[in-house]
Design a protein around this ligand. Structure first.
Ligand SMILES: Cc1cc2nc3c(=O)[nH]c(=O)nc-3n(C[C@H](O)[C@H](O)[C@H](O)COP(=O)(O)OP(=O)(O)OC[C@H]3O[C@@H](n4cnc5c(N)ncnc54)[C@H](O)[C@@H]3O)c2cc1C
Length: 317
């Protein structure tokens, strides 16, 4: 099966390499199509809606946890369910792209907040959607999701897959995290899994006071919430950096930084960690989850044209 996790920058670049077969040397497929059915929804905060999905195909779904992402295909406005003309490895992409604009499901990247099997044996997956307005297809769809709606996804079939980006090297002795609201589900899932006592300093930036979710963890986590107070673009990033600069970070020999959120902001935070805090840039994982003013289609188009900014840890600051 073809790996297709799409999204802001790194993931879009991967999608551009759509012909790449994500299989191990032993030919175990890493990703496959799943049909997800909405079981229930729950509002977590002002901006967050949790949608719990089920479906028989989830029996083969294997989240690697942490910031495991997947690609969702959401129906266009006016359609109840997602219909793809093909889910065959060698034809689905061409057929999906050839669909008329008004019928083509949008492909969007999201995070597996949690996968579980209930005591009754039902496989469930939670995805936490940021509701950021009805003008954007995924946000629009999530805001109207009701039980029984079916969508399609490309998701992991093995737990070790390249859509788990949080990979602290052995010997890491402290973790620095920055996430905006789109990456808070991933940050929460990372915190869920960290070992008892892991030292963490985290900054989580959210639009509203009541988006400051309770994040259970065994880690020794010092979390600073940054509630956005108006402003966008440069103004917003500057405010965030002021807060980050003012904070003490754990003294560490080998810190690892995980940064995810709006594309321009994550670059600024990465520069700060490397240039001002002395973190080895190879120990910084940074991923653009969205970019102010650009839809995911526009980011994908950049990636197809080979213009996606690099998120390689070695990339220039
Ligand atoms: C690996 C990965 C994991 C992700 N996980 C999650 C997740 O778990 N939950 C989640 O909510 N998002 C997540 N995202 C981000 C999500 O894919 C983007 O926000 C996506 O653009 C939403 O699609 P849309 O159709 O709503 O907006 P689009 O049609 O893509 O964008 C329309 C407009 O809205 C703007 N926009 C996009 N997102 C936001 C936002 N959050 N706030 C304000 N403006 C925005 C864009 O800049 C654009 O101008 C993830 C992204 C990646 C790459």
């Amino acid at each position: 099966m073809t790996a297709t996790a799409s999204a802001a920058t790194t993931e879009a670049a991967e999608t551009a390499e759509i012909a790449e077969i994500a299989e191990t040397a032993e030919d175990i497929p890493h990703f496959g199509f799943f049909e997800l059915e909405v079981l229930r929804t729950r509002r977590l905060g002002h901006s967050f809606l949790r949608i719990t999905f089920g479906g028989a195909s989830l029996a083969g779904f294997r989240s690697g946890g942490y910031d495991q992402s997947l690609s969702l295909f959401l129906p266009p406005a006016g359609r109840e369910h997602t219909v793809l003309p093909s889910t065959a490895e060698d034809t689905w992409f061409a057929q999906w792209r050839a669909m008329p604009d008004e019928e083509r499901p949008v492909m969007r990247s999201y995070t597996v907040r949690e996968q579980r099997r209930t005591p009754e044996g039902v496989d469930e997956v939670d995805i936490d959607f940021v509701l950021h307005g009805d003008a954007s297809p995924a946000s629009y769809w999530a805001g109207r999701a009701v039980t029984g709606r079916r969508i399609m996804a490309i998701g992991p079939m093995v737990a070790e897959n390249k859509s788990v980006r949080f990979q602290p090297p052995a010997g890491t002795d402290a973790i620095l995290m920055y996430a905006d609201e789109t990456a808070l589900p991933a940050a929460a899932a990372i915190l869920d899994r960290l070992a008892d006592g892991t030292r963490v300093k985290a900054w989580f930036e959210v639009p509203h006071e009541d988006d400051r979710l309770v994040l259970p963890t065994l880690a020794d986590a010092d979390i600073t919430w940054v509630v956005r107070a108006g402003g966008a673009g440069r103004e917003r990033t500057d405010h965030l950096l002021e807060v980050v600069r003012a904070a003490a970070i754990p003294a560490a020999e080998a810190p690892y930084a995980w940064i995810a959120g709006e594309a321009a902001t994550i670059r600024a935070v990465r520069r700060h960690f490397v240039q001002e805090r002395g973190v080895d840039r190879r120990a910084v994982r940074f991923t653009g989850y969205w970019r102010l003013g650009a839809s995911e289609e526009e980011l994908l188009a950049e990636a197809y044209a080979g213009r996606a900014p690099s998120e390689d840890p070695g990339a220039a600051l």
